[in-house]
Ligand binder design. Structure first.
Ligand code: FES
Ligand code: FES
Length: 204
């Protein structure tokens, strides 16, 4: 139901149909059609200019409205940390932080990410290029084999540590439930996440 044709109006119309029979139907239909007209302009199908804020910088892009955030990051922005694996929200390899919260970038339209703070794994390192404690911990704990899931794992762990700086192993496993590792390095990933949490608490 459109926002402008409220529940009360609809019920009134339905009551009129019940009372007045078929003669009332065209009036109700006309009101519906008139009020249901889209209030916002239609964008696309061609490219649309807009801005994405990624890793602290604004980037002007020109993309079709159907482009996903993952398309934008790996394409014009050249950020290949987020990986395209399933392209349907099932593996977490494309995880980024949207306003600090992990999200599968293959499931977000780039246009819908305008005005949000987007952080990719590339943006986790410090301004001096020093790796994030999570990145150091993944290396220290040898928490990867082929490494394809790693950027998504690190990013999801970063989202977890923002809201829970001292997670239990169970909480790490729960936070990573949307991230798949075909190499089965889960125990080391959990260890790395908790090791990074300890390092961050100790100011390292
Ligand atoms: S590529 Fe996005 S969730 Fe798998
Ligand atoms: S390290 Fe290979 S998929 Fe995770």
């Amino acid at each position: 139901m459109s926002k402008s044709l409220g529940r009360r109006d609809f019920l009134k119309g339905a009551a009129a149909v019940a009372a007045g029979g078929a003669a009332a139907i065209p009036a109700v239909a006309a009101a519906w059609t008139q009020e249901a007209a889209p209030a916002t302009p239609v964008l696309g199908p061609g490219p649309v200019p807009f801005t994405l804020r990624v890793n602290g910088k604004d980037h002007a892009v020109n993309l079709e409205p159907r482009a996903t955030l993952l398309d934008a990051l790996r394409g014009p922005l050249g950020l290949t940390g987020p990986k395209e694996v399933c392209d349907r929200g099932a593996c977490g390899a494309c995880a980024v932080l949207l306003d600090g919260v992990p999200a599968s970038s293959c499931m977000v339209l780039a246009l819908d990410a305008e005005g949000r703070e987007i952080t990719t794994v590339e943006g986790l390192a410090g301004p001096d290029g020093k790796p994030h404690p999570l990145q150091e911990a993944f290396v220290r704990e040898d928490a990867l084999q082929c490494g394809f899931c790693t950027p998504g794992m690190v990013t999801s762990c970063a989202g977890l540590l923002r809201r829970n700086p001292d997670p239990t192993a169970e909480e790490v496993r729960d936070a990573l439930s949307g991230n798949l590792c075909r190499c089965g390095t889960y125990p080391r990933i959990v260890k790395a996440c908790r090791s990074a949490a300890a390092a961050m608490k100790g100011g390292r």
